[in-house]
Design a protein around this ligand. Structure first.
Ligand SMILES: C[S@@+](CC[C@H](N)C(=O)[O-])C[C@H]1O[C@@H](n2cnc3c(N)ncnc32)[C@H](O)[C@@H]1O
Length: 213
């Protein structure tokens, strides 16, 4: 699998060339948006070797009939797997880029009755309701405000599972190490919005954190 394209720190913000409204990314390690022209990389099933969906679902451990929000779902690769594996759940694939959600809607499996593609205008309606929030390969793109939004989705007993590229791990795929966090940095970032963090067993290239309000 080829490397994801990420803008360098010296590039002009990728946002400047897009039509969608700008969202504040202050605080993000990788403040530019994921480039939707690279979206096919997210559908590469080779990812499942080092990020197995069944492992993601096991860590999420959603309660029966629960609500799961995949925050920064991209093309919905993992939201689809979760919705398919657990028809009892309602899975919301939330992304700020309409192009990513269009790609999700174009997949044959996207008609699953328990899967919804949503833009951030759904955040207010979802606030306080999510039993589980998944943030997969997205923490390094989130500004302070977005992390607060993510936390606000949780129900009182809910938790967030944050899985992201580990800056300390050598790897042949993914963004440059300077564009992502190590486990300590990610923990501090999440604690800064009042979340309590537990470290779970890492995956091949990723740290795994469980975060509660
Ligand atoms: C690297 S992609 C990962 C997609 C998906 N989680 C996966 O692993 O296949 C990150 C996605 O997060 C989305 N994103 C970044 N910041 C966001 C925010 N504040 N709210 C919603 N989506 C966001 C981007 O548009 C992009 O589609």
């Amino acid at each position: 699998m080829s490397r994801h394209r990420h803008c360098t720190d010296n590039d002009p913000p990728c946002d400047a060339t897009r039509d969608a409204p700008l969202r504040d990314r202050r605080g993000a390690r990788q403040p530019e948006r994921f480039d939707p022209t690279r979206a096919a990389l997210l559908d590469d099933r080779e990812r499942f070797d080092y990020l197995p969906p069944e492992r993601v679902i096991a860590v999420l451990d959603p309660p029966r009939d629960g609500l799961v929000v995949d925050f920064g779902a991209g093309t919905g690769t993992y939201a689809l797997e979760i919705a398919r594996a657990r028809p009892d759940l309602t899975v919301v694939a939330l992304d700020e880029q309409p192009e990513m959600l269009e790609r999700l809607r174009g997949k044959p499996e996207a008609s699953l009755p328990n899967l919804e593609a949503a833009l951030p205008d759904r955040l207010a309606a979802l606030a306080g309701r999510a039993d589980r929030v998944l943030a997969l390969n997205v923490l390094h793109e989130l500004g302070d405000e977005a992390i607060r939004e993510l936390a606000s989705l949780l129900s009182p007993q809910g938790f967030v599972v944050v899985i992201d590229w580990d800056a300390e791990t050598e790897r042949p795929v993914g963004p440059p190490r300077a564009h992502v966090y190590n486990t300590d940095e990610a923990t501090k970032r999440l604690e800064s919005v009042g979340l309590r963090i537990e470290r779970l067993a890492p995956m091949r290239y990723h740290f795994v954190l469980r975060a509660r309000r």
